[in-house]
Design a protein around this ligand. Sequence first.
Ligand code: NAD
Ligand code: TYD
Length: 341
Amino acid sequence: MAERTILVTGGAGFIGANFVHALVELRPDWRIVNLDALTYAGNLENLTEVEGNPNYTFVHGDITSTDDVSKAFDACGDDAPVSVVHFAAESHVDRSIHWPLPSVQTNVIGTQVLLDEFRRRSAQRFLHVSTDEVYGALGEEGMFTEETPLAPNSPYSSSKAGSDLLVRAAVHTHDVDAVITRCSNNYGPYQFPEKLIPLMIANASEDKPLPVYGDGLYVRDWIYVRDHCEAILRVLEAGRKGEAYNVGGNNEYPNIEIVRRILSILGKPESLITYVKDRPGHDRRYAIDASKIRSELGWEPRFDFGTALPLTIEWYQTHSVWLQRVRSGEYRDYYARQYGS
Ligand code: NAD
Ligand code: TYD
């Protein structure tokens, strides 16, 4: 019998898949049910190593569907308490600028559907994975704390802020045991190559241009995905009900410096850098004050850019077949071949 069951949403995506791998390693007695709609960002090839694990079940379904969410809770069984770790989202800012509705549907409505079913099932704890982008943008000084007012600027971050508020409402109105994490930009294995770091690694490896938006001086605080996954586990197990916890890596870099580092590690020329038209409404800088999770829960990031960026580049080099199948779209056949529908 499992000690605890975790219903992970969006487990076939970048951070969700890394979290599933981390859980299998760190909590081998827990059961994992992964509910994922397999949008363009969902890739079951991220999870081939856990497929045969008797404690792991995949449910193909959409978090905006009450039937699919109910099916996923059914798959959790009733012999162990069920907690939800909610990753599923439309996660890309550029896509949300061009097509905002999917962000609203999945991020806002999907979160409410999950919260309703969670309450109906009297489940144990709901961990909502959110982002530092809900706080808006910073100038050259300052950092986001958990007290910073929500002031999102893109359709993506606005829909994530909407979902954070729905989680807050569930705690306040219905006494739901929920916690929120707000993390900075992640990098590491299995990231879809539409985001800065994997896109630049993939393009540089193929000697293609590296598109840098605007002046390239936009700043993000980068965290290795494994550190984020460990922070989520810590908050799930020890965070205080109703609280939000910022998670950050203390690794602030302008985009252009990251691009130059990638080129240098790969031994490629800077002539591949191509400045392109800026993203509309581009947030200038994000920086996270993670002192609350450090002091209350004793979590610390273990990786810095100096070690984890080369590790990440090496991962994409040794997983060139994975990358090529994502870039060509072949990864989308995997579900039908494996599950027969
Ligand atoms: P991702 O885009 O790589 O993966 C999203 C996953 O959710 C995919 O597997 C997709 O198939 C699934 N999904 C999308 N819509 C769905 C739906 N309607 N029903 C069921 N599944 C659906 O995203 P990611 O980068 O892994 O981000 C995961 C979470 O972490 C998101 O909530 C995001 O807001 C948050 N976050 C991401 C970062 C980052 O740097 N990537 C930073 C902070 C917070
Ligand atoms: P991204 O990885 O899309 O994450 P987010 O927008 O959520 O921070 O982008 C990170 C930074 O890199 C952001 O400032 C936009 C910039 N960027 C580029 O300059 N070129 C690109 O091709 C992409 C995808 C992003």
